[in-house]
Each structure stands twice: as structure tokens, then as C-alpha cells.
Write a protein that binds this ligand. Structure first.
Ligand code: 3PG
Length: 324
């Protein structure tokens, strides 16, 4: 039996009479090897692949999604307007972990399946934590004597895929490792050979460095605030490779002005970047662009996983990693 797309374009089936179009829309592009890998998957499925890279205007995205059946994005915002414009869209995959950039309600309302690719870029993000940490403890390579990571206690806030990789690497540096995760039982943390904290306050009380790996959710928004970070001992370091939204920027800035011993290293430029750079000069570092998942390996892992999930869903209805 032949299924034709419905007037809304969101229904389809085996033996369909049209070619599925996958759009990769990445303001921050994947490496070429990742795009080639995605193309291999879509070619094999008989799909068309379109690319919208380094776009600067939302209008470009709204135009490009018009005839896409499937969409692969990174941190690109897929809001209600984008979903509405994408009349043929059946699935959007966030090639990465955090899906706070997808309007899940809009996706569900328009019968669009939303997925992420958990774990695929976790090692890449975890390695960057240590890149930033070495840079931070060596005083941003300014020629003065810094400190080592060996023997320092690292607190990991949230023990998901990235947090677990951070724990593994930290042990290689000879660090003591503690973790807290509101949704992960203590036993699981302990089974990974990591000390489990009872609450996030304990992490900040006991660790020299705290690394954030919480998602941006209504509960976590601005949860890393003046009081919590203020618990860090003298010389404490906060590392953020998670999301800027979890930080209470005004509170952290106030604290850093009051405590000249604290450092803040972030892979997500805060809205108050200029103020941090001025008022916490020499103790603040932000990457110019989010670099955590910016490795060929992470791009390949997440990009190809996204492509395979799209084919799996469109051909077989597989909804593993659906988040809406
Ligand atoms: C993620 O959530 O997977 C990371 O923050 C990476 O985001 P990016 O793909 O925008 O670099």
C-alpha cells in the first residue's frame, strides 16, 4: 500500500512516493568528517541531505526548514516559530546532550518527535574541563607559579555521561573525586569509585574545584548562586561546561568582587561577560565560543548517531532517545 504525505506533511509510511529530506542546521558547524559520515547514512537510506551552516539570521533557518522532513541541530534554537515553519517536519534531533534549545511543547503540539544523542560528546566536554583547569591553576599561563591538580579535591555536580568522564580523567590526574547528583543514587556514584556527597552544598564545602554538569531546567536555573559558590574554600575554582542559565551571574560576580581568591572558568560566555572580565580580571576565563563538543570525534559520534536515529525513526518508528 502506498502512503502519501498528508496535507500537513507530517504523516508518512512505507512505500511513500517522496524522498525524505534531512536538514543539518548548525550555526556552529560540524567538522567535515562528521558531515561526510552523516551523508553516508542519509545516502544509504535514499534521503536527500541539505546543509545550513554558520547562519546568522533566524530567517535563514525559517526558510531552510520549510521542506525538511528531519532536522539535525546542535545548540541551535528550535522554537515554536521554527517548528511552525517546518510544515513537513517529523523529527528533530539535537546532536548532543542538552536539549534546552528545543521547544518540546511546540514539537509535541505539531506531532514532531524530538530526540538527543546522550553520551556521544561526553568525553570531548570532559577533556575540555581539564584543559580549562590546567590553564586556570597555572594562572592563565601568565608566567607566575601556579598549582597542580594532583591531590586536589574535585566536586562533580551531576553524575551523568559528562560527569562520569570527568571523574575518570580526574583520577588520572591523581585528584580526589566527589560527586552529587539529585537523580542518581549514591550507590551508583560509589560503584564508580567516587565519593558521594549528600547534597550539593557538601560538594562546595569540601572541594577545591567544582565542575558543573547539570542541565538547564526550571529547577537548576540560577541555582549556582552567591551563597552556594561562597561555600568554596580559599582559592576555590568553579568550572562551567554546562549552561550559562544555571549561574546566577549577578550573585557570582558580587562574590568574586568580594573574594579575590576565587576563579571562574566557563565554556559558555555569560551575559555579563564584560563585567566579569573587568571586575574579576586574571581570575575569569570564558571561551569565545562554546568549545566543549567541538572535536572531530564528538561531531562524528553525535552527528552520525543523530542521522541513524532519524533513519531508525522514519523507517522503523524507533523512538529511543525521544525526549518529548
Ligand atoms: C551539549 O549539550 O551536547 C553540549 O553543550 C554541546 O553543545 P554544542 O553542540 O552546541 O557544542
Amino acid at each position: 500500500m502506498l502512503f502519501k504525505p498528508s496535507p500537513t506533511g507530517r504523516e508518512w509510511g512505507r512505500g511513500r512516493s517522496f524522498v525524505m529530506k534531512v536538514l543539518i542546521a548548525t550555526e556552529k558547524p560540524f567538522s567535515k568528517v562528521a558531515v561526510d559520515g552523516i551523508r553516508e547514512v542519509t545516502d544509504k537510506a535514499g534521503y536527500e541531505l541539505a546543509l545550513l551552516e554558520k547562519y546568522t539570521e533566524k530567517a535563514q533557518l525559517l526558510e531552510a526548514v520549510k521542506d525538511a522532513d528531519a532536522l539535525i541541530v546542535r545548540s541551535d534554537k528550535v522554537d515554536a516559530e521554527v517548528v511552525e515553519a517546518a510544515k513537513q517536519l517529523k523529527i528533530v534531533v539535537r546532536a548532543g546532550a542538552g536539549f534546552d534549545n528545543l521547544d518540546l511543547q511546540a514539537c509535541t503540539a505539531h506531532n514532531v518527535v524530538a530526540m538527543n544523542t546522550p553520551g556521544q560528546n561526553a568525553n570531548s566536554v570532559a577533556e575540555l574541563v581539564f584543559g580549562m583547569l590546567v590553564y586556570g591553576v597555572r594562572n592563565f599561563f601568565n608566567g607566575t607559579s601556579g598549582t597542580e591538580l594532583l591531590g586536589k579535591k574535585l566536586g562533580i555536580l551531576a553524575f551523568g555521561n559528562v560527569g562520569r568522564n570527568v571523574a575518570r580523567i580526574a583520577k588520572g590526574f591523581g585528584m580526589k573525586v566527589m560527586a552529587y547528583d539529585a537523580y542518581c543514587p549514591k550507590e551508583v556514584i560509589e560503584q564508580a569509585g567516587v565519593e558521594a556527597a549528600n547534597c550539593q552544598e557538601q560538594l562546595f564545602d569540601e572541594c577545591d574545584i567544582v565542575s558543573l554538569h547539570i542541565p538547564a531546567t526550571p529547577e537548576t536555573r540560577q541555582s549556582i548562586n552567591y551563597d552556594l559558590v561562597g561555600r568554596l574554600k580559599k582559592g576555590g575554582i568553579l568550572v562551567n561546561t554546562a549552561r550559562k542559565e544555571v549561574i546566577d551571574e549577578a550573585g557570582l560576580l558580587k562574590l568574586m568582587e568580594e573574594r579575590a581568591d576565587l576563579k571562574y572558568l566557563t565554556d559558555i560566555k555569560p551575559d555579563m561577560d564584560a563585567e566579569f572580565a573587568e571586575k574579576a580580571a586574571g581570575r575569569y576565563f570564558a571561551t569565545p565560543k562554546k568549545m566543549g563538543a567541538q572535536t572531530a570525534e564528538a561531531n562524528v559520534n553525535a552527528g552520525i548517531a543523530a542521522a541513524n536515529q532519524i533513519v531508525g525513526f522514519l523507517e522503523q518508528g524507533i523512538t529511543k532517545f525521544k525526549v518529548n
